[in-house]
Ligand binder design. Structure first.
Ligand SMILES: Nc1nc2c(ncn2[C@@H]2O[C@H](COP(=O)(O)OP(=O)(O)OP(=O)(O)O)[C@@H](O)[C@H]2O)c(=O)[nH]1
Ligand SMILES: [Mg+2]
Length: 301
């Protein structure tokens, strides 16, 4: 059997469903998902097998008009992922259609997509009727020469097998890039930090999720097979610290419990998770925070 292997970058506006699709393709949760925009901050690689092909899905941060250094680094990471891929899949939301954001992405794709296969995936088809889908397919294909269009529901799985099979056929011949049983390419400490950030994002309102970051500071294996994991939540203001802790520490406690349970399920073993909240007014301008996230600080210039 000839092996095939390659990279598929999933790009699109924030909230399009890129991380949901990554997890659906891999068959496990490797990238965090929330109903809020700008959840993913760096490139997350998830690995799927299809026949003789190993497909490395590169989940990317959403593409939007950046304001802060962090935003710029995120958008740069997303386009960087696209530029390195064998195939680019642009996800758009069926019920939102061709938004201004999608138009901007299409303009930039003319450059980045040159000499590369670009496919369209219309996601969240569970939210619209068929005629709307056909109109959107036509409108998008009139604007850009997509090699193929797929209609999917990343959440429910509709159309995902077809997409995976097609992507497998597009992968170049070559040896697999990861061991057969590897599903993600992200250090465990980062996966663990992401899980905690997901729980915080789900629980905290308005701008707060965008003003914090989570880092795993220490990971200690114990003789009984469990591990002690220490994480820090960096926030920008004293007031934020109070909100993250919650009344009598209730919020941070609930976040810690949810994150620990997910981490235990992911690893299949006992975890002792300890969260600490620290005020760090300037963390958005600190290079070390970016490297911890898997981002390039200089991209934020
Ligand atoms: N109804 C419906 N919702 C979906 C579908 N796919 C994803 N979602 C929801 O859309 C929201 C955003 O999903 P994500 O996977 O986090 O989106 P993303 O593109 O990774 O977002 P960013 O990381 O912020 O760029 C979540 O609430 C998902 O549950 C789908 O097929 N149908
Ligand atoms: Mg995401």
């Amino acid at each position: 059997m000839t092996q095939r292997a390659g990279f598929v970058a999933l790009i699109g506006e924030p909230n399009a469903g890129k991380s949901t699709l990554t997890n659906q393709m891999v068959g496990a949760k490797v990238s965090i998902v929330t109903h809020k925009v700008q959840t993913t901050r760096a490139r997350i690689r998830g690995v799927a097998l299809e026949g003789d092909a190993q497909i490395v899905f590169v989940d990317t941060p959403g593409l939007f008009r950046p304001r802060r250094r962090l935003d710029r680094a995120m958008v740069a990471a997303a386009w960087g992922g696209a530029a390195d891929a064998d195939v680019i899949v642009l996800l758009v939301e069926a019920h939102r259609g061709v938004t201004e954001g999608v138009e901007t992405i299409l303009e930039q794709l003319e450059e980045v997509g040159k000499g590369r296969k670009v496919a369209l995936a219309i996601n969240k088809i569970d939210r619209v009727e068929a005629p709307a889908l056909l109109a959107l397919t036509k409108e998008m294909n009139d604007r850009f020469p997509f090699v193929e269009t797929f209609m999917i529901s990343a959440e429910k799985g509709h159309g995902c097998d077809d997409l995976r099979r097609w992507l497998a056929d597009q992968m170049p011949e070559g040896p697999w890039l990861y061991p057969e049983d590897q599903i993600a390419d992200l250090p465990l400490r980062m996966i663990a930090a992401e899980m905690t950030r997901e729980k915080l994002t789900l629980r905290l309102h308005q701008e707060l999720p965008y003003q914090l970051t989570v880092e795993t500071e220490n990971w200690e294996e114990r003789k009984d097979g469990s591990a002690r994991v220490d994480q820090v939540v960096y926030v920008m203001r004293d007031g934020h610290k109070g909100i993250v802790l919650g009344k009598k520490g209730e919020t941070i406690k609930a976040v810690g419990k949810a994150a620990r349970e997910e981490l235990e399920e992911f690893l299949g073993r006992k975890i002792h998770l300890f969260l600490q909240v620290k005020v760090r007014p300037n963390w958005l301008e600190e290079a070390e925070r970016y490297s911890e996230m898997g981002l390039d600080f200089r991209d934020g210039n």
